[in-house]
Design a protein around this ligand. Structure first.
Ligand SMILES: [Zn+2]
Length: 105
């Protein structure tokens, strides 16, 4: 009836809306938030693509080899992304067992 009908949604449904274009299924690489005794952490699974760079895991102080799937985590508060750390997946899981008084990283 009205040719303007389709345009009516524009101000409310921006195509750049967060998550709008993403599939809703669980996909590797999607962030999740984990609660820990020292706060909430955003955790992202990294497939381990060769980035030409290797990282040192703060859990075991060993290098994370290129191409090895691992996780990246950072504190889930504004600006926390500046504190991103790359962890071996197992080291991240064991992080809570390191006990209080240890460095978060
Ligand atoms: Zn490690």
């Amino acid at each position: 009836m009205s040719p303007r009908r389709a345009r009516r949604l524009d101000p409310f449904e921006r195509p750049d809306g967060r998550g709008a274009a993403r599939p809703v299924t669980s996909v590797p690489g999607v962030d999740r938030v984990e609660s820990a005794p020292d706060g909430d952490w955003v955790v992202r699974n990294v497939a381990g693509a060769a980035l030409g760079k290797s990282y040192r895991c703060p859990g075991c102080e060993q290098e994370i080899r290129q191409g090895l799937p691992h996780v990246v985590s950072w504190p889930a508060w504004p600006g926390g992304e500046e504190e991103r750390r790359h962890w071996h997946t197992a080291c991240w899981r064991n992080r809570a067992n390191r006990g209080p008084g240890r460095s978060r990283y």
